[in-house]
Design a protein around this ligand. Sequence first.
Ligand code: SAH
Ligand code: TYD
Ligand code: ZN
Length: 404
Amino acid sequence: MSCRVCSGRLTEFADFGRQPVSDAFVTPGDTREEFSFRLAVGICETCTMVQLLEEVPRERMFHEAYPYLSSGSSVMREHFQALAKSLLATELSGPDPFVVELGCNDGTMLRSIAEAGVRHLGVEPSGGVADLAASKGVRVVKDFFEEATARRIRDADGPADVIYAANTLCHIPYMESILSGVDALLRPDGVFVFEDPYLADILERASFDQIYDEHFFFFAAGSVQEMARRSGFELVGVERLPVHGGEVRYTLARAGARRRSPAVDELLAAEASAGVTDLATLRGFAARVERTRDELVELLTGLRDKGATVAGYGATAKSATVLNYCGIGPELVPFICDTTPAKQGRLTPGSGIPVRGPEAFAGPYPEYAVLFAWNHAEEIMAKERAFREAGGRWILYVPEVRLV
Ligand code: SAH
Ligand code: TYD
Ligand code: ZN
């Protein structure tokens, strides 16, 4: 394996063993062997991009039955509404603006753009969620974004003022094709805005469950700046975001086209002083993750041995890494509650834990609940206040194993 950005040499620093496709929830009774791959992470010795060492074919992850819904969190719905409003007031305020979103999923962001009557296009390869976007009045094409897709859009619709991607660019290993596509589609002074989990936050919080098949790249300002430079773009803006456990929203523009925000240099300096790309930091992260695994397994085993009742909350893609890396199955977590229709009635990939609807949580409440959707802790704890009031305790494992 070599770097998917610059072909440089990769140094491995963490290995999570064999893992299934994180969103491939299994139909009970389906005895076909699940696909698996080695989940390991490395850093490029040349451009510092942190990335997976093995790639899962994209059609195995993103297809008609891809279950993840962006609209599953009210905090995220508000987050995307605010972003749409801000784009409409700035980059999309000229005559006949046009915005393209990569990975628009069920249309949570673009519906606000469509409602404002602004020209837009969602590019979304997962058919089921793309249909949901279309049902909200969003114009969507069922395709993987890559250079050829970008050229087709440019020919049909003309140049884009904004290309936007949330929690999608980090899913795409074929970065050269993406950036050539952005170059083909973007207006000369347009912007490419994307937001993804931030490497520095993952390292600081030891949020190792951000590492799974779909998350191929782990961006930081330094690696994104270098990636942009290699393709004739410049990193002109960064904004830290509190969502999904800590993200950064990056803005790229063609080299020299925009003034560069001082926030970029500030974040680069912060990354340098925190040593986010030092091997010692990355190896320290890996050691901390092993401790988290041992403590979580010890806690859950102890609870089982004393006969306590336990459930999980949020059948996240992230939980696949936790469950399979820690060897946690239904004997330790008998079921997981989740609001996503396409996950309910199925089993978690690799670990075989039944997924039930949120109504199963209260019937009766377990004594302990592992919050696999810890990135939505505030929203879920508020919604499930009665669980704590009934004496229930949340189990968290990021940034460390603890009861709340
Ligand atoms: N933007 C949404 C969805 C993120 S999930 C949000 O932030 O909530 C990632 C999405 O990217 C999935 O819907 C997946 O189907 C889509 N995706 C994966 N590869 C893609 C590609 N090459 N081009 C466009 N979308 C892609
Ligand atoms: P999320 O953490 O957003 O992403 P990923 O799957 O990529 O790790 O997933 C949140 C999951 O939690 C999703 O399956 C929906 C579920 N969920 C609930 O069941 N109830 C809730 O109140 C919220 C906010 C999420
Ligand atoms: Zn590289």
